[in-house]
Design a protein. Structure first.
Length: 172
């Protein structure tokens, strides 16, 4: 098992570092309750690494501020997962046994729909969902911000859903 935040020996630290590490350790218990033991370190690390550049400028209760930031990050991850699951269902092939002709027709429908999208809007869903690249890698490959990748992916999948129509067995 790897080293966790609770196991880190910080050695000599100044008061700002000490404050930062104490807050991180306090968040760890709540993070474990939110996401489980294995994902808690990641949630706290992501939260605290976002706060680090502005740590000294945070006024008031830093624990409350960090706790709110962690909760917001947790909620964002949940929303992101819901959207990603919905997009995966949109792009996924049906679970039922299809004939080879049905699979080819579905693939041609998807290819035709993708070709109707503008180039950038086509590139993002293909890289993001067909090649399963993280948003950061798609952003680096295309030279655009990660936020733009998420926006373009959302818009592209929405347009694809409209072009392809409702999947069989779903309500329109």
């Amino acid at each position: 098992m790897g080293t966790t935040l609770a196991d880190v020996d910080t050695g000599p630290v100044d008061s700002a570092q000490s404050s930062y590490l104490q807050v991180a350790r306090r968040l760890l218990g709540a993070a474990r309750d939110l996401v489980g033991v294995h994902a808690a370190d990641d949630l706290v690390f992501d939260t605290m690494s976002t706060l680090l550049p502005r740590w000294s400028s945070i006024s008031g209760d830093k624990v409350a501020y960090a706790r709110r930031s962690m909760l917001n990050r947790y909620r964002d991850q949940g929303r992101h997962q819901k959207v990603q699951d919905s997009h995966q269902r949109t792009l996924a092939t049906p679970d039922r046994e299809d004939s080879a002709a049905d699979r080819v027709a579905a693939r041609l429908d998807m290819s035709t729909a993708l070709q109707r999208l503008p180039e950038r809007t086509r590139q993002v869903p293909v890289l993001r969902y067909q090649l399963d690249l993280p948003a950061a890698e798609v952003a680096a490959a295309l030279g655009i911000p990660a936020g733009s990748v998420r926006r373009i992916a959302h818009e592209g999948l929405k347009t694809l859903s409209q072009l392809l129509g409702p999947a069989e067995g779903t309500k329109p």
